[in-house]
Design a protein around this ligand. Structure first.
Ligand code: HEM
Length: 459
C-alpha cells in the first residue's frame, strides 16, 4: 500500500526553518528536510511542489531503470525558452537523435590537441596577472572556461567579443536560475530579451560564417564534410540540421559547458585556499611536471592528488546540484504515489553529503577518493555528471580542462585566499558567492602562451 510523501509539518517545519535561518542557505534547509523526513520528501509552495529524492536507489531509478517515465521538457520553463530544442531539454527519440549527432564528434576530439589548446589559452589569460595583486577567481575562471570551451570545441576565439558578450551571458544564466519567478511565473525579467538578441546575433553569425567557409556539396561529391574538423564544422555539415537547430545546440553547449566548469574551478580554488595543507600538496605535485611545455595525457595521469581534489570538489559542491525532471504519468517512487506532471528533483547535493554513505560528509577530504583506502560508496551515490543515457556529454572534456587549468595556475603562482565569507549560491549552477578573492604571487614567467593578451571583463 503506497504511503503519502512526507512533507514538513509543525515540529519538523520549525527545525528546518531554524537551520535555514541560522545558515542562511536553502541547501541547509534541504539537508535538514533530508535529516527529518528521509530520502523522499515534498516541498509544498504555491505553484511549486517538487518531490526531492536522495540516494543510489532513486538515482538509478530516474537515470536508468525508469528513465522513460520522466521528462525534461516543460514548455513554460525558462530553460526551454532559452535553449528551445537544445539537447538538454529534448526527450525520447528527439533527444536520442540529437545525442547521436553530438556525442561522436565531441568524444572524438584529439586529447593531446585539446590539452595543448587548454594549456596555451590558459597561459594567454594568466599572462597579464601582476605579482601580488588580488583576483576574483569566480570571474577569472568564467573567462578561462568560456575561452577554452569556444576554442577547443568550436574553433572560435571568443576573447575579442568577450566584453560585449559578458553581461548577456550572465543575464541568460540568471534567467534560467531559480528565483521568485518559480512561484510567480509572470514576473517581468528585465534585460533578458536584449541579452538573448545579442547572443543570437553572435551565434547565428558564427554559424553563417562557418557555413560559408565549407566546400560546396558539389565539390565534396555529395559526401558532406562531417567527420572533419571541430564540432561547429560537424554541425553545419549535417544536412539534417537547420541553422535554428544548430544555434540551439551551440547555446546549450556554451551555457552548460562553461558555467559548470566555472563553478568546478572556482570551488576547487576556494577549497584549496581554505585548506593550506591541501594547497601545498597540490602545488608541489603540479611543480613536479615541466612548466615549459604542455603536459601529455601521461603527465596528467601523474597528478593523482589534483585528481582527488577535483573529485572531492564536485562531491561537496556539485555544479549541477539536482537532476530536474517531470513525472510523465501517475506513478509510485520508493513506495510513495507521485502524480503526473509533478516536478521530481534528484538531489545530487544531498546524495553526495549523505552520512549513510560518506564519513564526515561535510569535510573536505580529497583522500576519500584515493585509489586504495578511499571511501567505498555504492554505484549511483557519487553522480556529479549524472548517469545513464542522459549523462553529461562534457564529462571527459571538463575533467581534462580542470586539471590543465589548475596545473598551469599552481605552477605559475602561489595562491592565498582572502578571508571573507563565501556561500553556495543556487544559480544555474552552485556558485561560490560573492566570489573567491585570491592574492596571486607569481613564481614563474609564463612561456608558451600565445601573443594575445586578455581583456579585463569583470562580473
Ligand atoms: C564540471 C563540469 C560539469 C559538470 C559537473 C556537469 C554536470 C552535468 C550533469 C549532472 C548532467 C546531467 C543532468 C541531468 O541528468 O539532468 C549534465 C548533462 C549535460 N552536460 Fe554537463 N557537466 C559539466 C560539464 C559540461 C561540459 C564541458 C559540457 C559541454 C561540452 C556539458 C554539456 C552537457 C549537456 C549538453 C548535457 C545534457 C546531456 C543530455 O541530456 O543528453 N557539460 N552535465
Amino acid at each position: 500500500m503506497p504511503t503519502s510523501i512526507p512533507t514538513l509539518s509543525g515540529e519538523s517545519g520549525l527545525a528546518v526553518l531554524r537551520r535555514m535561518l541560522r545558515e542562511r542557505s536553502i541547501l541547509a534547509g534541504l539537508a535538514a528536510m533530508h535529516a527529518h523526513l528521509g530520502r523522499i520528501f515534498q516541498i509544498t509552495l504555491p505553484n511549486f511542489r517538487p518531490v526531492f529524492l536522495t540516494g543510489p536507489e532513486t538515482n538509478r531509478h530516474i537515470l536508468v531503470t525508469h528513465r522513460h517515465d520522466f521528462l525534461w521538457r516543460t514548455e513554460s520553463d525558462p530553460v526551454t525558452h532559452l535553449l528551445r530544442h537544445g539537447l538538454l531539454v529534448e526527450d525520447a527519440e528527439s533527444h536520442d537523435a540529437l545525442r547521436r549527432q553530438i556525442d561522436p564528434p565531441l568524444q572524438r576530439g584529439h586529447v593531446q590537441t585539446q590539452i595543448e589548446t587548454f594549456w596555451h589559452r590558459t597561459g594567454d589569460l594568466l599572462t597579464p596577472w601582476q605579482d601580488g595583486e588580488t583576483r576574483d577567481m569566480l570571474v577569472e575562471m568564467r573567462k578561462i572556461a568560456l575561452v577554452l570551451l569556444m576554442d577547443a570545441l568550436f574553433g572560435v576565439d571568443i576573447l575579442p567579443d568577450l566584453d560585449r558578450l559578458w553581461n548577456p551571458i550572465l543575464r541568460a544564466i540568471a534567467y534560467i536560475s531559480p528565483g521568485p519567478w518559480i512561484i510567480l511565473p509572470h514576473l517581468p525579467r528585465p534585460g533578458y530579451a536584449s541579452a538573448l538578441r545579442t547572443l543570437d546575433e553572435y551565434l547565428y553569425g558564427l554559424i553563417r560564417t562557418r557555413r560559408a567557409s565549407l566546400p560546396s556539396p558539389a565539390a565534396l561529391g555529395g559526401r558532406g564534410a562531417g567527420g572533419e574538423g571541430d564540432l561547429l564544422t560537424h554541425l553545419v555539415s549535417d544536412p539534417t540540421l537547420t541553422d535554428d537547430l544548430i544555434r540551439d545546440q551551440f547555446l546549450t553547449l556554451l551555457i552548460a559547458g562553461h558555467d559548470t566548469s566555472t563553478a568546478q574551478l572556482s570551488w576547487a580554488l576556494y577549497l584549496l585556499g581554505r585548506h593550506p595543507d591541501a594547497l601545498a600538496h597540490a602545488t608541489s605535485e603540479a611543480r613536479t611536471l615541466p612548466a615549459d611545455r604542455p603536459p601529455t595525457p601521461d603527465d596528467l595521469r601523474k597528478l593523482e592528488y589534483l585528481d582527488m581534489v577535483l573529485k572531492e570538489t564536485l562531491r561537496l559542491y556539485p555544479p549541477i546540484h539536482v537532476g530536474n525532471r517531470r513525472a510523465a504519468h501517475d506513478m509510485e517512487i520508493a513506495g510513495c504515489p507521485v502524480e503526473k506532471d509533478t516536478r521530481v528533483m534528484m538531489s545530487i547535493y544531498l546524495s553526495h553529503r549523505d552520512p549513510a554513505h560518506w564519513p564526515d560528509p561535510d569535510e573536505f577530504r580529497p583522500e576519500r577518493f584515493a585509489r586504495e583506502g578511499g571511501d567505498n560508496v555504492p554505484p549511483f551515490t557519487y553522480i556529479p555528471f549524472g548517469g545513464g543515457p542522459r549523462n553529461c556529454v562534457g564529462a571527459a572534456f571538463s575533467q581534462i580542462e580542470g586539471k590543465v587549468v589548475l596545473l598551469r595556475l599552481l605552477q605559475s603562482f602561489d595562491l592565498e585566499l582572502s578571508p571573507r565569507p563565501v556561500h553556495a549560491h543556487m544559480g544555474a549552477t552552485l556558485e561560490p558567492r560573492p566570489g573567491v578573492k585570491m592574492r596571486v604571487n607569481r613564481t614563474l614567467r609564463l612561456r608558451g602562451a600565445s601573443a594575445q593578451g586578455a581583456s579585463d571583463v569583470k562580473n
